[in-house]
Design a protein around this ligand. Structure first.
Ligand code: FAD
Length: 397
C-alpha cells in the first residue's frame, strides 16, 4: 500500500497526511476550502500541547490563556488559574499551520470537494472536481457532517450538538464558561489573538435555535461584549453517545475515519482538536506499521474508553442535582470554598485530568473538600456576604 488519499485537510487529515508522507507514503489531501475559519473556539488543552509541542512553539499568532471563569445559571462566579495554559488559535491559522507542515514533507494538497468514494473494488475510487482518481487506501477526515461513508452511517441527531456564536473583534484575557438551568450544553467566550469566539452549544433537537440565540444574546449583553463588527456563525459538533463511541465502525478493508468523522469529541466539553490530531496520528502510525486493523483498539486505549465514560456522565453533570441545587451551580460554589476542589477543576479545564480517574480523585479528597467548605463557610466575611447579597457574586479569595 503506497498511495493514500485523505478527504479533509482539518487537524485530523492534515496531521495524518504529515505523518504518512514523512514515512514515505504518496499522500494526497483533498479539502474543499483548505485553511478556513471553521466555526470553533480554537482552544488546545495541555494534552494537545504536550503531544504536539510545535503548537506552542510555532511563530503563528495565538493566544495563551491561563485564567478561566465559571458562571452558574444563578449568576455565581468563580475565577481560577488553570494548572496549564490553554493555547487558542484562529482556525484559519491552525489549519494553515498543519497543512503547511504536511506539504513541507511531501503531501499534495488539492483544493477540491470529493463527491463520491467507492471502496468496493481492489483500489479505492474517488471523484473530485468531476475527475475520477484511484488510491490504495482512503482516510475520511471530512468532519461531523461527513456523508462519504463507505460502509457505515452518518452521525445522527442524538450524536450531534448545535453551536451558534459570534466572532467579536475585541480582546480579552480570560476564558468564560456559563451554565444554564436544566440545559445540556453551555455558553463560552474564548479570547483569540485579535478577537473573541463567543458561542453556545446544545444537544441537537433539545432547544429550538431561536431559544439558543436568545441565550447567546443575553450572555453577550451580561458580559458587556462590544458587538460592533461581530460576525455570526453556526455549525454542528459531534457529541457522541456511549454506544456510538463503543460501536461505531471506523475502519474497513481500504478505508478509515479520523477526527469528527469518527466521533472523536469529548461529549461534555466539546473538545475535539486534540482527539482529531491524536486519531489522525494513531491512524498514520497503524498504517506505517502495517497494523491498520489495530487502529480502533489503539484509539480506545488512547482516549475513546475515557470519552465513553464521559458520555455516560454528561447528562448527569448538566442536568443532575447535588445537595438540592444543580451540579454545575454547586461546582461553581465549591470552587470558591475549597482549594482542593479548585485544584481538581484547574486540572480538568486545562486538560490534564481524565474522566475515569476523576471519580477516584473526587472520592479521595471528599474529606478535605468538606473540611475546607466548613472552614470557609463559617468565615464571618462570607456569612456577611450570604446574608446580604442575592446576586450570588462571591467575594474573591
Ligand atoms: C463552535 C465550535 C467550537 C469548538 N471549539 C473547540 C475548542 O475550543 N477546542 C477544541 O478542541 N475543539 C473545539 N471544537 C471541535 C473542533 O472544531 C473539531 O473537533 C475539529 O475541528 C475536528 O477536526 P477534523 O479534522 O476532524 O474536522 P474539521 O476540522 O471539520 O475538518 C474537516 C475538513 O474537511 C473538509 N471537507 C468536508 N467535506 C469535504 C469533501 N466532501 N471534500 C473535501 N473536503 C471536505 C472541510 O472543508 C474541513 O476543512 C469546536 C467545534 C465547534 C463547532
Amino acid at each position: 500500500m503506497r498511495e493514500i488519499t485523505i478527504v479533509g485537510g482539518g487537524p485530523a487529515g492534515a496531521l495524518c497526511g504529515e505523518k504518512l508522507a514523512s514515512a514515505g507514503f504518496d499522500v494526497t489531501i483533498f479539502d474543499e476550502r483548505m485553511a478556513w475559519e471553521k466555526p470553533c473556539g480554537g482552544g488546545l488543552t495541555h494534552k494537545a500541547i504536550e503531544a504536539y509541542p510545535f503548537l506552542l512553539d510555532s511563530p503563528q499568532p495565538k493566544k495563551i490563556v491561563s485564567q478561566a471563569e465559571l458562571i452558574s445559571s444563578r449568576g455565581h462566579r468563580a475565577r481560577f488559574e488553570m494548572s496549564h495554559p490553554i493555547v487558542i488559535y484562529a482556525r484559519k491559522v491552525l489549519n494553515g499551520l498543519l497543512l503547511d507542515r504536511a506539504v513541507a514533507v511531501g503531501c499534495r494538497a488539492i483544493c477540491s470537494r470529493v463527491t463520491n468514494v467507492d471502496t468496493q473494488g481492489e483500489r479505492v475510487r474517488l471523484t473530485a472536481a468531476g475527475e475520477e482518481r484511484e488510491a490504495d487506501f482512503v482516510v475520511l477526515a471530512a468532519g461531523a457532517r461527513n456523508q462519504l461513508l463507505p460502509e457505515t452511517t452518518a452521525l445522527g441527531t442524538r450524536d450531534l450538538e448545535v453551536t451558534l456564536g459570534y466572532f467579536v473583534p475585541t480582546e480579552e484575557d480570560i476564558i468564560k464558561i456559563k451554565f444554564l438551568k436544566q440545559f445540556e450544553g453551555y455558553l463560552w467566550s474564548f479570547p483569540r489573538a485579535d478577537h473573541l469566539s463567543v458561542g453556545i452549544c446544545a444537544k441537537m433537537g433539545q432547544s429550538p435555535s431561536q431559544q439558543l440565540r436568545h441565550h447567546l444574546d443575553d450572555f453577550v449583553s451580561e458580559e458587556k461584549f462590544s458587538m460592533e463588527g461581530a460576525k455570526f456563525y453556526s455549525h454542528v459538533l459531534p457529541s457522541p453517545q456511549a454506544q456510538t463511541i463503543r460501536g461505531r465502525r471506523i475502519l474497513g478493508r481500504n478505508w478509515a475515519m479520523a477526527g469528527d468523522a469518527a466521533a472523536c469529541v469529548d461529549p461534555i466539553t466539546g473538545e475535539g482538536l486534540y482527539y482529531a490530531l491524536r486519531s489522525g496520528d494513531l491512524l498514520a502510525q497503524a498504517l506505517v506499521e502495517g497494523q491498520t486493523q489495530a487502529y480502533p483498539e489503539r484509539l480506545r486505549a488512547a482516549f475513546s474508553a475515557d470519552l465513553e465514560f464521559a458520555a455516560l456522565i454528561a447528562r448527569k453533570i448538566f442536568r443532575g442535582t447535588f445537595l438540592g441545587d444543580a451540579i454545575t451551580t454547586r461546582m461553581v460554589q465549591l470552587l470558591n470554598y475549597s482549594p482542593a476542589f479548585r485544584d481538581l477543576i484547574r486540572d480538568v479545564f486545562s486538560g490534564s485530568q481524565d474522566y475515569r480517574s476523576l471519580k477516584r480523585r473526587l472520592w479521595n479528597q471528599v474529606g478535605i473538600t468538606f473540611a475546607e467548605i466548613t472552614r470557609n463557610f463559617l468565615d464571618p466575611r462570607r456569612l456577611r456576604f450570604i446574608a446580604g447579597h442575592s446576586n450570588g457574586h462571591e467575594p474573591s479569595r
